[in-house]
Design a protein. Structure first.
Length: 561
């Protein structure tokens, strides 16, 4: 059933979008199911979908009483403090792929930030989720950014299919953030790269992006002083050693010419939001005959989290500044008189560094050892079976998907998976190893995401086109960075709730606010927004359900519930 459903979705996206998707779809294309839209009276004119990269439910809970700006406004709306990126591979690309498609990675095809494709003949076998591999040049160099791997339509694409006049615009600090929220059929899309905002290959930068880039260039040339330390950040403002890196006391002074310091700071989010407002004007978003969509993915929280963890002065300042920047962003929309609805969520959660967690009552947290790796497994099992160890077993890190060399026969593959499972599960840092067969045989869960088993979480991440031969889950609290280095001391990506749980906040003028502590999913966002604007998608278009966003007697799901 899963495969049939997936192919139908390929067909839908193929017919909805100008860009080619995958040859498989062309062979089995079925007529696209109809999407219709009857915009209800009083519907918002602009849907604003914001993703805060690595904004976990835990840091939302930690800071929410401090917020006075944009976050404070959103906490007056429909508040779901226990939203879930319900799948196991809690990385940026899969997470962003769920938010506006309403589909889990099993259906979006975005199983991880990167996966191994052994059929690739140019360059590395590691394929980036937002990369068009067919455009690789044999000389190496950078990749060509593209949403080509995204297998299902985004909400903006459904809106454009129902009403071609609808505008679909996305901006982000990362290409994958913008492309996974925007999709294939997108009017304007920009992301930060190096020292400026850029767009898809073959497209010109619009005047608005050129203007924003000029402002950022001026700031980069000049530099900027550190941000003030709010009083409530003071107790976090203490140095902690992670390997050779000292973190905990950064206040984000910007040295002239240091684009990297700009990227890992609240300034990146401020610039992304500035560009978003400029695009609202340029594209006349929210002033159209039909509703438009603006997707904004704000990346700095993730960069700050990776570079300095979640519990230092750095994250405290980042969230304080982001709250203010979001407040200014909403005020800009208000000033323009635009009738908009907002959803804010995250692509995944996050986790602090073991070195600081040890001081804070989580003594069991640790960094992963070198035994849990494709190289170590290849060496041991290559020797056992007399197989060449080079590229016998491949992975893109110690946790997550692992692949066996594709030319092995099924019997050898089966033995290798069994042995890898036995070897790894004997390691005290490993929770479980699940084979692709076990995961594929697990029914897609239908219960509330709090109660899913690890196999069910893996199932929501599993797509046979891209997934590996087995998956390795480390124990709770084991950080898959063996040796911390500058810019990379902490991470996410695990199937544990510190990485799965994210807030989901909806806000719209006039809605009766409420707080619902029970678990919901990020795949519920697209059907909930679709209902607000009277968009009816074909049965089965979404894995999620419509959430009634009005805490009073009104029901925003209406007939489409
Ligand atoms: Zn992310």
């Amino acid at each position: 059933m899963f495969r049939v459903k997936t192919l139908t979705r390929y067909a839908a996206v193929l017919l909805a979008c100008a860009a080619p998707v995958v040859p498989l779809a062309a062979q089995e294309a079925a007529p696209a199911p109809a999407v219709t839209q009857q915009v209800p009276a009083g519907a918002p004119k602009l849907l604003v979908a914001i993703s805060i990269d690595q904004f976990s439910a835990d840091i939302f809970a930690q800071y929410r009483q401090r917020f006075t700006g944009g976050f404070a406004r959103l906490t007056q709306g429909a508040v779901f403090p226990a939203g879930f990126q319900s799948h196991a591979a809690t990385e940026t690309c899969p997470g962003h792929s769920t938010i506006l498609t309403g589909n889990r990675p099993a259906h979006t095809g975005i199983i991880a930030n990167s996966w191994i494709d052994q059929t690739v003949t140019t360059g590395s076998k590691v394929v980036y989720c937002a990369e068009d591999v067919s455009k690789r040049s044999s000389g190496g160099g950078g990749y060509v950014a593209s949403p080509v791997h995204l297998l299902v339509p985004t909400l903006g694409e459904w809106m454009k299919k129902a009403n071609p006049a609808a505008r679909n615009v996305a901006v982000s600090g990362k290409d994958r953030g913008a492309l996974m929220m925007g999709g294939h059929d997108i009017d304007q899309v920009y992301w930060w790269k190096g020292k400026q905002f850029v767009t898809l290959a073959g497209r010109e930068l619009g005047a608005t992006a050129v203007a924003e880039n000029a402002e950022v260039t001026k700031l980069l040339e000049k530099g900027a002083p550190a941000f003030p330390l709010p009083a409530w950040c003071a107790r976090q403002d203490r140095p902690v050693q992670a390997g050779s890196v000292t973190i905990g006391t950064g206040h984000f002074a910007l040295k002239a010419g240091e684009a990297e310091q700009f990227r890992v700071s609240p300034r990146l989010d401020r610039a992304t939001l500035d560009l978003a407002v400029k695009l609202v004007d340029e594209q006349k978003l929210g002033r159209n005959t039909v509703p438009d969509l603006l997707a904004v993915s704000l990346s700095a929280t993730d960069y700050v989290g990776h570079a300095t963890g979640t519990e230092g002065a750095e994250m405290c300042i980042q969230l304080t500044q982001l709250d203010l920047a979001l407040g200014d962003f909403f005020a800009s929309l208000d000033k323009r008189g635009i009738d908009y609805a907002v959803v804010l969520t995250a692509d995944h959660g996050g986790f602090d560094i073991p070195e600081r967690l040890h001081e804070q009552a989580l003594e069991k947290s640790a960094r992963v050892g070198s035994a849990v790796s494709a190289q170590a497994l290849s060496a041991t099992l290559g020797k056992k079976y007399g197989l060449e160890p080079k590229n016998l077993i491949l992975s893109d890190g110690p946790s997550g998907d692992y692949w066996l060399r594709r030319d092995l026969d099924a019997g050898t593959k089966g033995k290798l998976v069994d042995d890898a499972k036995a070897l790894l599960e004997a390691d005290p840092q490993v929770e479980v190893v699940l084979s692709a067969a076990e995961i594929a045989a697990t029914p897609m869960p239908t219960r509330s995401p709090e109660s899913w088993t690890l196999a069910e979480r893996a199932r929501a991440s599993y797509n046979p086109l891209h997934s590996g031969d087995f998956v390795v889950f480390l124990k709770r609290g084991i950080v898959p960075i063996p040796a911390p280095g500058p810019g990379y001391v902490a991470t996410h990506g695990s199937p544990w709730d510190y990485d799965r749980r994210v807030p989901i906040l909806f806000w719209r003028k006039g809605l009766t606010g409420f707080e619902q502590p029970s678990g919901v999913e990020t795949v519920d966002i697209a059907p909930s927004l679709a209902a607000l604007i009277g968009l009816k998608t074909p049965q089965g278009a979404f894995d999620g359900r419509c959430l009634d966003l009005d805490g009073g007697t009104a029901n925003t799901c209406g007939a489409s519930k």
